[in-house]
Design a protein around this ligand. Structure first.
Ligand code: ZN
Length: 682
């Protein structure tokens, strides 16, 4: 589950990481501009793909085909996030492209801003906070713009008039109480009915739980991930799945994905990789989740290929019940030099498992095939675009992880872009307690951050086991937060271990303190910049970070860590790093127990008590302190553009990357070239 999003990067330090710097081809690297543009609470960046030119033509051609397959699924995600999203996006794009009035007009500017946010979120709800955007333009302006367009340009449903389209979309855009939240993760309401996403239609939470409960067999040692690739609907009183596959729901997009995958299979690096791609194609054709497991096993066992990719219905954060997966893609290749670091970690995986503070009965006797590498992404798609993970650990199937291991990656060209772009932002200076912490973060921030990601993905998610018969979904809506906490705590606990210095992963026994300080500062204070005043914390990774930091603050006592007020501003002060490590170990042990035994009540208590609620007074203070820094709380990326040269016979003779495309330009191109789904998907 497993995708790690960036923590608010603090240290602004030039990267000491290997692999990216000494590329003699990249004379222009000095001038590479990471920043693209800023709007609302977002900053758009660009990432570099170092060493792309070093790859063979065949490898670059494979990356090109996979990158096209990555872009073809964009519409699927829009539709998954809400059933009006495609219609709204296309209507706004038609206005954006054909508006004849003054483009500096305030109403038009507001509509443009709204469209940019819709692009970023792949829908009308905030990508992280889940709540609906409030448009700065009026219903009248929208009405006027739509009526001014040639109806041919509008995404009208069959038999729908222009006025009917306007009447249908206006409350979806304007009424803040209607479809208010994309995913409702907790509370007393029916989570399915309260969520505006499009994973379910006409069914209640009880009906969903009954439907999938009946499918599950506790004795099945290799259960498929039920419900992963379908919408659950009620038609004529019957609850049934509409499967996302060729010939099923989303067929138009999936057929195109398959078309590119077929080309990719023909230029695969080796037979193992070819088998992986063909197996995925087979799954897209059948929609059979058993086939998806077969594919996942092949994928996790393909360790020899230089190029790798994720493409499919993968992560279930968007479903309050954690079953339905959003579509995503990440195309990448190995950063061989930096991977030496993660290989050291995975070579010692059994030692880490054996020596963790977790009770013996919840540990894996034999850690299987934890493979870890550092990668360079070459294309992001679906739920990984424009907001991007910095680490991924897959597959998500528990039995496959136990029997075949998992692949874990740290995406270093993304962490590097974050780091370079945030240089000199002033955030650390504002929020760190003293010059000592600032210096520490500057010196060790980047290296410990990357190591934290390695440990989180490679060891954290892969560690521990469920007791026999425990339902992997037992923690329900608290499952994602608990899982992220487990992985973070594993990483935090070991960052301070002397083994890190012994293995040459850290330069000395003090460096880990940079990550401890940053983690506490972020979990207690700085991450609140991402939450609107008055709201609770919703997103699983953010909940996890506050859970860990608050729990340690409350249970460690004043002599360990405290929030100290100076000149009306609160700061994290850590007095006893050793004790803080013990606390992380204690909480890790408890969180693993909860996961291993499926203790729903304990998960609920822990999350509700520490992870969800925000101290309103502190929250306001944090927002006030951030305001003058002018830092966007969320960042995302534009992709490079693939420039393909062919000969007279259409044979590819060269593939290069172009880094000049702007944000709106890229979005409009994607909507034109990679948009095959009808606006309404039934
Ligand atoms: Zn994670």
């Amino acid at each position: 589950m497993r995708k790690l999003m960036i923590t608010l990067s603090t240290a602004a330090l030039l990267s000491a990481c290997s692999g990216n710097v000494q590329n003699n081809v990249e004379v222009a690297s000095e001038e590479f501009t990471y920043q693209v543009e800023k709007f609302a609470d977002l900053e758009i960046l660009r990432y570099k793909v170092p060493d792309f030119e070093e790859l063979s033509l065949k490898q670059r051609t494979l990356l090109y085909y996979l990158s096209q397959a990555a872009l073809e699924g964009r519409d699927i995600l829009f539709d998954q996030n809400g059933k009006y999203n495609l219609q709204i996006r296309r209507t706004l794009e038609a206005i954006y492209q054909n508006y004849k009035g003054n483009r500096d007009d305030e109403q038009f500017k507001a509509l443009e801003l709204y469209l940019k946010r819709v692009w970023f979120s792949n829908g009308i709800h905030h990508h992280y906070a889940e709540d609906k955007f409030r448009p700065g333009f009026t219903a009248e302006f929208f009405n006027k713009c739509v009526n001014a367009l040639d109806p041919q340009l509008l995404p009208l449903k069959e038999g729908q008039s222009v006025q009917q389209l306007i009447d249908e979309l206006t409350p979806v855009i304007q009424d803040s109480t209607y479809m208010a939240k994309r995913t409702v993760q907790s509370g007393n309401d029916d989570l399915i009915l309260a969520s505006a996403n499009n994973y379910y239609d006409g069914v209640t939470q009880d009906e969903v739980e009954a439907f999938y409960g009946a499918m599950k067999d506790p004795k099945d040692e290799k259960p498929v991930m039920y419900g992963l690739n379908s919408r659950l609907v009620k038609e004529n009183g019957v609850v049934k799945e509409k499967v996302w596959k060729v010939g099923g729901l989303y067929s138009e997009a999936i057929e195109r994905i398959v078309g590119w995958l077929e080309k990719a299979a023909a230029v695969a690096e080796n037979d193992a990789q070819k088998a992986v791609i063909e197996s995925l194609i087979e799954y897209y054709h059948t929609g059979d989740l058993k086939q998806f497991d077969d594919y996942s096993v092949l994928w996790v066992e393909d360790l020899g290929s230089h190029i790798d990719f994720v493409n499919g219905f993968i992560e279930s954060y968007g479903d309050p019940l954690g079953m339905k997966a959003s579509w995503e893609s990440v195309v990448n290749f190995k950063n061989t030099e930096a991977t030496k670091r993660t290989e050291i970690i995975s070579d010692n995986a059994q030692w880490f498992e054996d020596n963790s503070p977790v009770a013996k009965e919840y540990k894996k006797e034999k850690v299987k095939g934890v493979s870890a590498k550092v990668i360079t992404v070459a294309m992001l798609g679906g739920d990984c675009y424009p907001a991007t993970p910095i680490g991924i650990n897959l597959p998500n199937s528990n039995w496959i992880r136990a029997a075949h291991g998992s692949k874990s990656v740290t995406i270093e060209n993304i962490t590097e872009a974050y780091d370079r772009a945030s240089a000199g932002s002033g955030q650390t200076k504002e929020f760190a307690w003293s010059d000592a912490e600032v210096a520490m973060l500057k010196e060790y921030g980047f290296v410990t951050d990357n190591l934290h990601t390695d440990l989180h993905e490679c060891l954290g998610h892969g560690s521990g086991k469920l007791l026999p018969g425990v339902d992997p979904d037992a923690l329900r809506s608290y499952g994602s937060t608990v899982e992220e906490a487990r992985a973070d705590l594993f990483a935090l606990y070991y960052l301070a271990d002397k083994k890190m210095v012994e293995l040459n992963l850290l330069p000395n026994g003090e460096a880990y303190k940079a990550e401890y300080y940053k983690y506490m500062m972020n979990g207690l204070i700085t991450q609140l910049t991402r939450v609107e005043l008055g709201n609770n914390i919703e997103e699983a990774h953010m909940r996890n970070r506050q859970l860990i930091a608050r729990w340690a603050l409350v249970n460690g006592g004043k002599e360990c860590v405290e929030l100290v007020k100076r000149d009306g501003k609160r700061y994290v002060v850590i007095h006893d790093y050793d004790r803080l490590r013990e606390l992380f170990g204690r909480l890790l042990s408890e969180v693993q127990r909860i996961k291993s035994t499926g203790d729903y009540e304990a998960a609920k208590r822990l999350v509700e008590e520490y992870a969800v609620k925000v101290d309103a007074d502190l929250h306001k203070e944090v927002l006030d302190r951030f305001a003058p820094l002018n830092i966007a709380p969320y960042k995302g990326f534009v992709n490079p553009r693939y420039v393909v040269t062919t000969d007279n016979n259409g044979v590819i003779t060269d593939v290069q990357l172009d880094y000049t495309e702007g944000y709106a330009e890229q979005m409009m191109r994607y909507s034109k070239d990679y948009s095959s789904l009808p606006s309404v998907n039934k």
